[in-house]
Design a protein around this ligand. Sequence first.
Ligand code: ARG
Ligand code: ASP
Length: 738
Amino acid sequence: MKKYVVLILSVGLSLGAIAKEGMWLPQLIAQLNYDEMQRMGLQISAEDIYSVNQSSLKDAIVHFNGGCTAELISNKGLLLTNHHCGYSQIQKHSSLEHNYLKDGFWAQTLAEEKPNPGLYAAIIDRLEDVSNQVLAGTNQSQVTEKRDSIINANIKGLLAKLKEENPALSYEVKDFFYGNQYILIAKKIFNDVRLVGAPPSSIGKYGADTDNWVWPRHTGDFSVFRVYANPDNQPANYSEENVPYQPAQHLKVNIAGVEEGDFTMVYGFPGSTQQYLPAAEVENIIEVYNPARIAVRDEILSILDAKMRVDEATRLRYASKYARISNSWKRWKGEILGIARTDAIAKLKEEEAAFKMASKSNPKLKGKESLVTELADLYKKRMPLSLERFHYIEVGYFGIESFRYALGFGALIAAAEEGDEAALTKAAEQAAKRYQSFMKDYEYQLDLQVAQAILPMYLDAVSTDLPDIIADLKGEDAEDRQEEIEDFFEDALFLHAGFEEKVLDNPKSMAKKIAKSELYQLSRAMYDHYFAVIAAGLSEYESAIKSKQAEYVAALPIAFPEKPFYPDANSTLRVAYGQVKGYEAKDAVEYNHQTYLSGVIEKYVPGDYEFDLPQKLIDLYESKDFGPYANEEGKMPVCFVATNHTTGGNSGSPVLNAKGELIGLNFDRAWDGVMSDMYFDKSICRNVMVDLRYVLFIIDKLGGAHYLVEEMDLVTTRPGQDEDSKEEGTQQNLPQAG
Ligand code: ARG
Ligand code: ASP
């Protein structure tokens, strides 16, 4: 009876509450968001989420190697993140005999956990507004260079002072709102982070590129690590003496399940967004930049795909490259659709008109009337050069593999020119090593085909001050270009067998030959042209754009005092909040919020490289051996969606319930709303997470690593389900001993 009443109450609440978009600074939540979060169902205090005085949830949130998020889930430093975030570590420990990518891996004891040199985990100590210190001595009338140099000197001084006061922490100052605000980030960096476990890729990457960015989703995208510290519980480089880190706080794991309308929040490190661009630049992105980049990658992907489908060896070599190229390619396509479907450009233009009106009537906005027009103008003028930039990046830097690889011979050539014997020997050894690792996953014919398809796209796009080698090729007709490109490849010694011995035996003459080879020269010319002409030209716009954007974002809250304004993502710690919720994708197509193991089985294609499954998972499904992780109906949940505003970098972020307990592991966004980096629309923007029940089921039942589950603190009641559990909820957030 009691349960029933509570349920009605919470549904009533959730209907009234509007999920607010945004990626908020945790230290400002008490001030800006807490009331709304409470109305939406949050049951813990703002201090429980972030505090400088006591341990809080933030002590359990980890920046994983700078690019992903992870969270501590036991008092022994157990760390959870995505499979795609731990991928390269899992890959490094894999071999033909122990193929952890394919078969999964579970350390049976601490001693079996695998160290990962170079991998680090950062935990935030505190965040502090240092705008006054950083901006001291600056004013708006200064020229940009002057202002920037004062700011840089202030930051340098501040960091040096802090480092002296407490060298145990690392410090960083980040700029927010295009330089209107500066925040100091003090953090502890742990360099001993070991691999504990990972599911087979057929679970962790289930659906691979076909299902990437897609809802309904059935991927168990998780992997498990452990943070180690020295015997004093402080960060230390890898050592056998190190012991599992005891965090100030770790997350409890709630396996009672989620329901539509439940409050959720995502605590993590979103990478970068562009929420305050004028419509004109969004137009550039949607109509010019994205289509150009997509067109280049269309070519690359179709060439790779054709070969990968028929050749198993190619597939192995190129799977990871293909995934990398297709990830943004697919997102850009989704952005185009999402911006169109939400009519975002027209809406942005309406907002801009409203801003103009507001500036006319508000004395505080005097002189801001023409701001958007000026900004739009700058972006429009910059567009042709930006387009050249994207063409270089897509073609010369990321597209043609051998072009990027060729750039790495600079050191060898320089050493040969300088006649420095020791440096030359060293550079030759490096060149031999690079050759080996490059060739391991390289196919000459594929790269040549790619070059023939995409180099012309670059040539047709660039126009300014071209070096001869580029201009000559640009001037040729299509057929001659193709022949030339083929010749370039043929003459590039560093792409052919025997290079390794030759460069070691006779580094000097090899260096000369490389320097003379046209493939090297062309790649080098494109690279130099990029910096000397394209980037240099762009930099003339950058400071004007940045200062106008800064003015604009400072004026927006004055023009629209009732609207929420949050800084663009910049790889700093943020909190987003929303509700578990399905969505209407298009007319008559409505998506539920949750997927189940039955859906995993429905997608199963035996032997397929994206949709194969381990037999053991099928057996567990058939015998319904789900342990305590199934829902009340006996179904095994897999993924769910919610309205949280997230972006790249939020991968691996914990998704927390009303009590701050872990219910999901963020890993993606749903296709229809991936334009959220520029324009968030709460009707279709959804973050995608793995249900923690699926994570535990895979660890426990499929991986047989029950001892890991035993390390965790499991909660088996939903927030608000049981009055008594409130007590526990508060206790969880008291500082722990040790
Ligand atoms: N789309 C997700 C993100 O942007 C997942 C990427 C990894 N998975 C993949 N199939 N490429 O990072
Ligand atoms: N998959 C992304 C990541 O790796 C998350 C996203 O873009 O939503 O961070």
